[in-house]
Design a protein around this ligand. Structure first.
Ligand SMILES: CC(C)(COP(=O)(O)OP(=O)(O)OC[C@H]1O[C@@H](n2cnc3c(N)ncnc32)[C@H](O)[C@@H]1OP(=O)(O)O)[C@@H](O)C(=O)NCCC(=O)NCCS
Length: 102
């Protein structure tokens, strides 16, 4: 863990989601992802957000797509291959510039 917040801000922040199956397929994870991104980009001044999924997790990939994240790579993390997706602050702001966030 970096000692100061500025060095944390210079690294991509990771966002993620896990819902009880009773709450799947209602749009809740995507709504939560939107809120996380809004908080990270407007309150924390994050430069980039990262999300990580099992390569076979198509539901999670769709949450990332809906947020406007782009597939980055298949990377070896913590002993396993994962798919990484990212969105820059510029892309997020561009996609949200015409929206009336409340
Ligand atoms: C990943 C996970 C959170 C995704 O859940 P999800 O229900 O697919 O995602 P959302 O809550 O955003 O719901 C979106 C779906 O609801 C549908 N939906 C139904 N009613 C809706 C509504 N009123 N508004 C919005 N979407 C609605 C959407 O069409 C979408 O379906 P689609 O993906 O087939 O197009 C869930 O599968 C999970 O918790 N898995 C176990 C843990 C896990 O894998 N975590 C991710 C680690 S990377």
């Amino acid at each position: 863990m970096p000692a100061d917040l500025d060095s944390l801000r210079n690294n991509p922040l990771e966002i993620g989601w896990r819902l009880h199956p009773e709450f799947w397929h209602q749009g809740l994870a995507s709504e939560a992802a939107e809120r996380m991104a809004a908080f990270a980009f407007t309150n924390l001044d994050a430069k980039e957000l990262l999300a990580v999924r099992h390569p076979a997790n198509a539901d999670s990939a769709r949450v990332m797509d809906r947020l406007g994240m782009r597939f980055r790579a298949t990377e070896f993390w913590c002993g396993t291959n994962v798919a990484t997706h990212a969105i820059s602050r510029e892309s997020w702001l561009e996609a949200h510039s015409g929206r009336n966030e409340s």
